[in-house]
Design a protein around this ligand. Structure first.
Ligand code: SAH
Length: 233
């Protein structure tokens, strides 16, 4: 049997996990062994009795920087456990996370995720090891842990048998290069607002056309960048 997809997370705050990754369908899949979570405490690789992992920035300036001689061995231990698995440093300086990236990672054996804290990581580690930098958006978090949860959740829900209805993946935002069409459910009327008639017509062809048109319009309005890319492809 193929080993389960594995998320290996390097952090100084192991108590954060599984956190949201232990809930609902993602958590059930974890319990059932569809994927596995291995959390490694970076402090176990510290060299002093205070278990320190950071030091002041070379050249001065505010905050602290994670030490290369602590992070390096932590990454090497993770890599030895699972060779040929991509290593990712969550970082606001990284390439933006996309649905395409989530698909690519979920199709592989898993991912090793390095969560930064403080001002981030000594640049030499990033140069010396084969590490990809990924950002979850143009804003700054206090640490990489929440970003790691977001990335793992995006990957795990794409694994076979995790979602109840695999169909629901097909029309989702980004899957066709478009944002999703709007969704409605009962009651038929709420605060004077009705569900669009077409959705109650039973005409599946018309419904599909309406949804596609809505998806296009929303994408054009809200995300001209996505819309331009969609037109080009
Ligand atoms: N001084 C850094 C920010 C450090 S924030 C800078 O200006 O670029 C501390 C840690 O939080 C980072 O090392 C990174 O692991 C994580 N982090 C912060 N924002 C993030 C984002 N948008 N995406 C992914 N990780 C992020």
């Amino acid at each position: 049997m193929k080993p389960a997809w594995t998320a290996r997370i390097l952090t100084i705050l192991p108590e954060i996990f599984p956190g949201p990754l232990g809930a609902s369908l993602i958590g059930k899949a974890l319990e059932q062994g569809v994927w596995t979570l291995d959390v490694m405490d970076i402090r176990d690789f510290a060299k002093d009795k205070h278990r320190s992992v950071d030091d002041t920035p070379a050249g001065g300036g505010p905050g602290m920087v994670m030490r290369a001689d602590v992070i390096g061995p932590a990454l090497d231990t993770a890599a030895a456990k699972m060779p040929d698995t991509p290593m990712v440093y969550l970082s606001p300086r990284g390439a933006p996370l996309t649905q395409e990236k989530a698909h690519a990672l979920s199709a592989g054996p898993g991912v090793t995720l390095l969560c930064g804290r403080f001002e981030g990581l000594d640049q030499r580690v990033l140069e010396a090891r084969d590490i990809e930098e990924i950002s979850i958006g143009d804003f700054v978090l206090a640490g990489g842990e929440v970003a790691a949860c977001a990335l793992v959740e995006a990957c795990v829900r794409l694994l076979p048998d995790v979602l109840g209805d695999a169909e629901s993946l097909v029309s989702e935002s980004f899957e066709q290069g478009l944002l999703e069409y709007p969704q409605y459910t009962r009651p038929r009327e709420w605060e004077g607002r009705k569900i669009p008639d077409i959705l109650l017509s039973g005409d599946h062809k018309k419904i599909a056309e309406w949804r596609h048109a809505q998806a296009e319009e929303t994408t054009r309005e809200r995300r001209p960048d996505l819309w331009d890319r969609q037109k080009k492809s």
